[in-house]
Design a protein around this ligand. Sequence first.
Ligand code: KG4
Ligand code: ZN
Length: 358
Amino acid sequence: MSYDERMKIEAGKLRDKEQVRILAIESSCDETTAAVIGNGRKILSNIVFSQIPMHIPYGGVVPEIASRSHIEKLDAVTVRALVEAGLALGDMDAIAATQGPGLVGALLTGLSYAKGLAYGLGKPLLAVNHIYGHICANYLAYPDLNPPFLCLVASGGHSHLIQVREEGFDLLGCTQDDAAGEAFDKAARVLGLPYPGGPRLDDLAEKGNPTAFTLPLPNPAGIYDFSFSGLKTAFINLVHHLDQKGETPNPKDLAASFRLRVVEHLCERTLKACRNLGWDTLALAGGVSANRLLRRELAKRCEEAGIRLVMPPLSLCGDNAAMIGAAAYAQLMRLDVAGLDVNASPALKLFPEERLKR
Ligand code: KG4
Ligand code: ZN
């Protein structure tokens, strides 16, 4: 019997096991991270090694540097994850890694490492979609959370409104151009802030006046869709005009005015979807869920509307392997295990059919 065939049987047995421990690896971009997760809900350890200082001199993530650093650090973060969990490699029931989307070289390091471990240990391998991982970060923070719920995924590459169901997802709406995190990063660059721009713009905006400058509120045609490129262009033009006039605006006010519009747009479309479709549980996911105004504003609007809002704690908003382990457990329970021929998929989609379902 081949490894792939044996692993299907092994995964079936794990469905009935009381304690299932998954070793998860995430290496899709600029964090090397390993975690041990119990039954998909309990973080036994979650080690994150950030490469940010290595990429700062270049103003962004350099893929080659990222891949090399992942290779150097994967073993160390994995050993630390096991030590912190107080467990050995032989105690793991399955091995998981991010398959995509992300940087191809970076993904390959973690996926190949996980593949080697799974094959060597004779344990099932789970290949996880990174965006699904971000959604599942909420399962770690809210053990009682179960589908169905509506989820706003706002990250560096995604701005999606997703209906999360037991049996899969429906894409309700998505950005028509840039993602929210991308817009934050570009606006940060215009303000001369170093990489990573989004969190730094958020810091600056906390101390600024959000009504100092009036920027347009995006209004794409699809009522649950998003758009950030028009707002981004308006912001760039505003900064250039002020510069040409010789004015020196307060960067804190510029940051606050831009952040306000991004957050208003995300909140407006999301709450509209809750209202129109009767969702009473909303989850937030993705790197932008660390944005302080977004968290405050969604909390306020959801409270007013009587909607339960769940948000990952700040420690689980960015990339981390714990969320990959949570997603992997759900996949394991569905017997959605990977074969040894699984490959990194830099443009992996959550929705193969691509188009919106309303
Ligand atoms: O989820 P993530 O790691 O990326 C993808 O998986 O695509 O999110 C990274 C994105 C970056 O664009 C980063 O600037 C943004 O999330 N981000 C923030 C904040 N923290 C991270 N954007 C605004 N405010 C923040 N506090
Ligand atoms: Zn991410």
